[in-house]
Write a protein that binds this ligand. Structure first.
Ligand SMILES: *Cc1c(COP(=O)(O)O)cnc(C)c1O
Length: 283
């Protein structure tokens, strides 16, 4: 329910404001075509500076339109994420732009962590938090904040079945390379860089457990949220509810909360998911 339709505004704003307090950059640049890109563009506009988003030639037109709506300049480069990121880093040096990382950054992590503070402020009795997990900026921030306030709290990361880079890396004990994957939770799959400096280690020490939910379970959770809570969320936001309806339904987790992380889904797609799940008659 934030202006860009996702929590990423918190981390991006905290990072960008910290840069403006020290050495004001000539503009901002990032590589995310999704919620982080929109957040960077939104904050840039508020602060009267520019945002450039480097994307691959594979990013669909509706996502580009979403970025333009928030005033981003778009640079299309290459057809994989690494090439786009290389280009962004080059442009940052050439043009004096500040690169805003999507998750592996202390200010980004701290910004996302404000959600953890708010959750425990609202419900101090919480014992378990189910947090959608991709690169781990969100869960790192929430885990640091929540465990500082309440060391006994249990933090469970929830990922998709495919492309769950952090889940696989935590299991392996080192960063595992991951191909891009398609998921109904399109904000979740994606690689973690070999150069990861923060989120992997924070997850290793503060996340109690990570689990995966299937595509069918995510769709069922999206439909469940529409039917029973009258909420439309994107796939990534529904994974905590998917876990509660499925895998975790029989576990005693005590008072439990999850974060509905975003609502950037097109309405036709949401309604289509709803009718398919309803027709199957199964949550
Ligand atoms: C980015 C994002 C996540 C995951 O956040 P990470 O910090 O990458 O783990 C979850 N849900 C939505 C909607 C997102 O945009």
């Amino acid at each position: 329910m934030q202006d860009t339709g996702a929590f990423k505004l918190r981390g991006a704003a905290n990072k960008i404001i910290s840069l403006f307090e020290t050495d004001k950059p000539d503009g901002l640049i990032t590589v995310s075509s999704g919620n982080h890109g929109r957040a960077v563009a939104y904050v840039a506009k508020q602060l009267g500076t520019t945002a450039t988003v480097c994307i691959t030639s594979l990013v669909p037109e509706n996502k580009i339109a979403g970025l333009r709506m928030f005033g981003a300049n778009i640079v299309i480069h290459g057809d994989d994420q690494n090439e786009a990121e290389q280009r962004a880093i080059e442009l940052a040096t050439q043009q004096g732009l500040a690169f805003i990382p999507p998750f592996d950054d202390p200010h980004v992590i701290a910004g996302q962590g404000t959600i953890g503070l708010e959750m425990l402020e609202a419900q101090p009795e919480l014992e378990t938090l189910l947090i959608p997990l991709s690169g781990g900026g969100l869960i790192s921030g929430i885990a640091i904040a929540a465990k500082a306030l309440k060391p006994s709290i249990r933090i469970i990361g929830v990922s998709t079945q495919e492309g769950a880079a952090m889940h696989a890396s935590l299991k392996a004990g080192h960063i595992v390379p991951m191909e891009e994957q398609v998921s109904v939770a399109d904000a979740l799959p994606g690689p973690i860089q070999e150069s990861n400096a923060y989120t992997f280690r924070i997850c290793q020490s503060l996340v109690d457990e990570t689990i995966q939910v299937s595509e069918t379970q995510i769709e069922a959770a999206m439909a469940y949220l529409m039917r029973y809570e009258k909420l439309i969320v994107e796939g990534a936001a529904a994974v905590g509810v998917a876990a509660l309806l499925g895998k975790l339904s029989k576990r005693d987790l005590g008072p439990t909360a999850t974060v509905l992380t975003g609502d950037n889904i097109n309405i036709e797609k949401a309604l289509d998911t709803f009718s398919r799940v309803e027709n199957n008659g199964k949550y």
